[in-house]
Write a protein that binds this ligand. Structure first.
Ligand code: URA
Length: 441
């Protein structure tokens, strides 16, 4: 394989063969390709695209570039979920124990957050002592003991994706649909999932801004999974306003705990119930949980029963976390300053921009501007209203949790224009815009 031939072929809009793609990925991991040639190929792919077969071949080659753990001894059917991320998205913290409460073991590897807010691992690290760095033996022990585990993904999981992503980040080639879809799916396939529920967010606080973009990404990922023999379903969900109330690591853990104890914000609870019901549907393999409406009811009951909270508590204890912080969330990290923003007029909330709330959380120190930045777990923003709500002048709309005045001021600047009012009634935003079922993709 000559790299120049692949670059020219893609530059001219031709499809690469599976053998060419796997040869490229192998040579990439062996350090045999100079960055300038890899970057040129990435740009050619970004400009000319990839067809379904090429995208699947790239995903498989990246998935196979490192370890592919066999989970069959700990999970008869390995069910996984992936969210394309957003503001206040603490779904995983609720959904995993919820599925585990149905005696379906879940062994999940997660990434860290970059940008707006923390990722699932960052949120969990708001709990004192909680470790996401588990050896393979510890990973297996925690699932066996508690029915679930949530750990960081090892460097040996799809390493080709790590190399490519670092180059994409600095060459303007992140926003390429086949590259995004294959990047995400390579890590899912490598992590050993048999079935995957994708939660693809769309709106101002999401990677994908429009329904068309989100649908195209979801479809591409579902097709990759189906072609690789996985059970797939994708939900297209709203991220124009934050999910739930809290954005910020410890605040989100507290909100997840409230939800696991049968409370929590209604939109978050409904979202988690849907994702968990879809995971159970796939895990049921056409024998159990086939009727999604009944499954939603069952899931909601289990959530309200506290059984999922008990699972979460056991997993946190098994991973070294201080469960007293779950029993009494006021023991979680607390910020020194609380700043309350109130409605400046009466009317209806027409917009509560998730992106601005995300940038404010980042300004407070709750997210990572670069991979090296550290996170302040205590800070964040609570948004107490939703689009469509009627408010009176003076109602509490936002609470900012800050640890210093300078950051607080930066967050307030980021929030400028975050709330839009209307004199006329406004419709609530739909939680979901559609579903793409792998059997029909
Ligand atoms: N997340 C990933 O893992 N990869 C991408 O390319 C984009 C988002």
């Amino acid at each position: 394989m000559r790299m120049i031939d692949l670059i020219e072929k893609k530059r001219d809009g031709k499809a690469l063969s599976a053998a060419e793609i796997s040869g490229f990925v192998q040579a990439l991991c062996a350090g045999e390709i100079p960055d300038y040639q890899t970057a040129a190929l990435l740009m050619a792919i970004t400009l000319k695209g990839m067809n379904r077969a090429e995208t699947v071949a790239l995903t498989r080659a990246m998935a196979g570039s490192g370890d592919m753990p066999d989970l069959s001894d700990i999970c008869a059917y390995a069910i996984d979920k992936h969210s394309s991320g957003g503001v206040g998205d603490k779904t995983t913290l609720v959904v995993l124990p919820l599925v585990a409460a149905f005696d379906v073991p879940v062994a999940k590897m997660s990434g860290r957050g970059l940008g707006f807010g923390g990722g699932t691992l960052d949120k969990l690290e708001a709990i004192d002592g909680f470790t996401v760095n588990l050896s393979e033996a510890e990973f297996r022990r925690v699932v066996k003991e508690t029915g679930m585990v949530l750990a960081g993904q090892s460097a040996s999981l799809a390493p080709a994706d790590g190399i490519l992503y670092a180059l994409r980040d600095v060459t303007g080639t992140v926003p390429s649909l086949p590259l995004i879809a294959s990047s995400i799916m390579s890590k899912k396939l490598a992590a050993g999932a048999d079935g995957i529920v994708l939660d693809v967010k769309l709106g101002c606080g999401a990677f994908m801004k429009t329904l068309e973009e989100a649908r195209a990404l979801a479809q591409a990922m579902v097709r990759i999974g189906v072609d690789a023999g996985r059970d797939m379903v994708a939900l297209l969900s709203d991220m124009n306003q934050p999910l739930g109330v809290a954005a910020g690591n410890a605040l989100e853990v507290a909100e997840a705990v409230a939800t696991l104890r049968g409370g929590g914000p209604e939109d978050l609870r409904a979202h988690c119930v849907e994702v968990a019901a879809q995971m159970l549907r796939l895990a049921g393999q056409g024998e159990r949980w086939t009727d999604i409406a009944n499954t939603r009811v069952e899931v909601d009951e289990v959530l309200r029963s506290g059984a999922a909270f008990e699972r979460f508590r056991r997993m946190v204890a098994a991973q070294g976390g201080d469960v007293r912080q779950l029993d009494e969330p006021s023991r979680l990290p607390q910020a020194k300053i609380r700043y309350r923003a109130r409605a400046q007029q009466s009317g209806y909330i027409a917009a509560l921009y998730a992106d601005k709330i995300g940038w404010a959380t980042l300004a407070l120190g709750g997210g990572r501007a670069t991979k090296e930045s550290s996170i302040d777990h205590a800070v964040g923003v609570e948004a107490h209203a939703n689009v469509g709500d009627a408010v009176q002048k003076g109602d509490l709309l936002l609470t900012l949790h800050a640890n210093d005045e300078t950051r607080l001021n930066a967050a307030l600047t980021a929030l400028s224009g975050a709330i839009v009012y209307s004199d006329a009634p406004v419709e609530a935003l739909p939680p979901f815009y559609g579903i793409i079922d792998g059997t029909r993709a």
